[in-house]
Design a protein around this ligand. Sequence first.
Ligand code: IPM
Ligand code: MN
Length: 355
Amino acid sequence: MEFNIAVLPGDGIGPEIIDQAKKVIGAVGQKFKHNFNFKHGLVGAIAIDKTGNPLPEETLDLCKSSNAVLFGAIGDPKYDNNPAAKIRPEQGLLALRKELGLYANVRPVSTFPSLIDKSPLKKEIVQGVDIMMIRELTGGIYFGKPQGRSEDGNTAYDSCVYSRYEVERVVKLACEYAMNRSKRITVVDKANVLATSRLWRETAVNVAKEYNELTMDFMFVDNAAMQLIQNPRRFDVIVTENMFGDILSDEASVLTGSLGLLPSASIGHLTSVFEPIHGSYPQAAGKNIANPLGTILSAAMMFDLAFNLKTEADIIRNAVEKSIEADYVTEDLNRTHPKSTSDVGDWIADYVSKS
Ligand code: IPM
Ligand code: MN
């Protein structure tokens, strides 16, 4: 089969980690006789530097005409330290989500047995954690209008806005995930305070009526933040709004011991974007030390969800597990004898070829 993949390396370590995923995808292509056409596009700070626009029209068109998008990372300290900057790299990512209609961000969080000691939590608490975190991605306070400043500059406002349709489609997707897992789903909100959260609850209850065997429970976000640390195994599928999901998914990600390990998929109606959940890690850029596993596992999610090639996806995941078991890992996972980013990529591509 033949697939067009839009490749958006972005900023910081983005290009290095993307290169490793491309190697692994190439190895899968050779093994299974698929053709993958990689076409590169600019996004983020590098796109601002070159074109003045964090998401150039050309990049957007490329994404729209591709079977899937592989995304590296976005962000640059020169913008983080300048709150007055009018054009920001992150706007590129937000625009991409909006333009491609990426309404759900899916972040699986599960532990690797051989890394259990890397978790900041006790082994007894974290062992066996397997959470599917589903975050609404194109609504809520990230996009609500009005947003801005009063004329005198002394007041600022953001608006949290959700329509019933927006809640319905992401909760439905989450229910489908739950039905293929343990049939349990937790809706996280702040319905004791927020009107949008009350719409979420009402809508979620209605969606759940279509799933007889499903058990849905509700939890306030502050409690959920606590339970994720205290008793993470109580969760299976979590679905929540944009901002809560942003915060909780970062919290959940450290349960496994390294942020560098976690993949994500942002699901759209036309195309989907696959990216590691970590950021651009500018301190490591160009040093060949960043962990490429989150990106390689994102490529595995691409095989699963965008190409419907389950065997290929499993082979990639298995190769990643084997590299961890062999302790062939970057410095975030092995301080004393780390391997480089490209060495890890080579090892995994090679393992895939030989599998
Ligand atoms: C994420 C990131 C983004 C977000 C930033 C870079 C805009 O933190 O993908 O979680 O807040 O959604
Ligand atoms: Mn985030």
